[in-house]
Structure formats: C-alpha cells, structure tokens
Design a protein around this ligand. Structure first.
Ligand SMILES: [Zn+2]
Length: 118
C-alpha cells in the first residue's frame, strides 16, 4: 500500500498509533507485527485465560500450563510468545510451585519484548 518504511502502526483494537516496538512480532503478518498493540494483545489473552482458568479449575489450569511449556520447549519454543507472557503473569502460584518452569517463561517473555536476557 505504501513504499515508505512503516515505523508506526495503528492498533486495530484501541485505535492508538504507536511505534512498531509497541507491537508484538508476528511472522505471519504482512508487516511482521500483530494488528493489536502489546497492551491490547496481553489484555485479550488475559481475558481469555481468566475464563479458561475458571472453567478448568486451578489444578487443571496449572497442569495445562506445564504441558504447554513442555510442548513449547520440544518445538524449540515456537509457541506464541504473547500467550506465554500472559500465562506466566497470571500464574503467580506457578512461580512458587515450579520456579524453573516459571523462569523459562519469564525469559522468553523478556526476549519477546526485545529486552536483554541474561
Ligand atoms: Zn491497542
């Protein structure tokens, strides 16, 4: 549509124009970024996960999370970073129960945000 290099993008959800760094990457998208900004993407996933969590119950939810992480690792951590991030934040208890699993997600989340991972 434009030959200019787009450095900003309008969020499809909240309608705010933000820097591309405020959007999670999405290789499947034409410009390599998601249509929703990070804030909206996280809010959306958190909503969804809160619903799922109450549907499944606490124990089943934690177990599902562990399975997701294990699968993600097996595939070379190609699982959706946004989902992982929101899931990690929504599972404070997981941090206490499975600190190593939590740390893995936390590191991936920081990586997804472009922060340095030590
Ligand atoms: Zn937004």
């Amino acid at each position: 549509m434009s030959d200019l290099i787009v450095k900003e993008k309008r969020c499809a959800k909240c309608g705010t124009t933000k820097a591309l760094s405020e959007f999670y990457r999405n290789a499947a998208s034409s410009d390599g970024h998601r249509h929703q900004c990070k804030k909206c993407a996280l809010a959306h996933v958190r909503d969804y996960q809160a619903r799922k969590r109450s549907e499944l119950g606490e124990e089943a939810w934690l177990e599902k999370g562990r399975t997701n992480v294990a699968m993600s690792r097996a595939r070379g951590a190609t699982q959706d970073k946004v989902q992982q991030a929101a899931w990690a934040y929504s599972n404070k208890r997981l941090r206490e129960m499975y600190p190593k699993v939590w740390e893995q997600i936390y590191r991936e989340e920081r990586y997804a945000r472009g922060l340095n991972v030590r």
